[in-house]
Design a binder for this molecule. Sequence first.
Ligand SMILES: [Zn+2]
Length: 237
Amino acid sequence: MFTQTWNRDHYTFSDGFPQAQRENYHPLPQPPSQPPYQPAPPPIPTESKPTLNSSPSTPEPPGGLKIVHLPRDCLNRFLTIAKVNTARNRETCGLLLGKDRGSKYVVTTLLIPKQHSTSDTCTMDEEELILQVTEERGLITLGWVSYASSCFMSSVDLHTHSAFQRMLPESFAVVCAPTSVPNFGIFRLTDPPGLGLILACNAKEAFHPHPDSPIYTDAERGHVQMKDISLEIVDIR
Ligand SMILES: [Zn+2]
């Protein structure tokens, strides 16, 4: 049975970010006046680039990605759901499901799967129940969200996310860390070089260093945009 594990590194660091993670992190320029922020991947031969109805004030998504609309209250609602686990010093994870609307993807549903967790891990259980929800509702998995103590992608997070992004280039990871600054991040692997590098990594240890490359970057202010749209919560725990 497929089981997905989210895990956080135990690093000692003085300024909010472990050095190894900072070196792999490739932030967008602020403000993002010069998109795209990474080399564009080769065009996808099977489909033409969609025409996006972007206003002049809306930055173009990078690399030919479709825009993803994420309900603005999603993170607060997830934190409310996570509160019970948080009080017990346990992580919580969820899946962000949605629809393909042609020129964009729209997150419509926050699914809280059956899971077991510790203070720094969250593992989804009974994937067949997740598939049942997605198939019954005609939803696709657009991303995942986890509650963590710090706002960065651990090496385990990077490997977890590579499986999502390999299936759908627009996939993104949300890390909520209310007690840290910044208190949340929306990330994706760079492509190139991040996605290929992680997929090719055969390290046996769960936590391990990666080459000093810009492996992941912000998806917010990239192709993920917060919108005032409705969100359905499906909690199957
Ligand atoms: Zn690795």
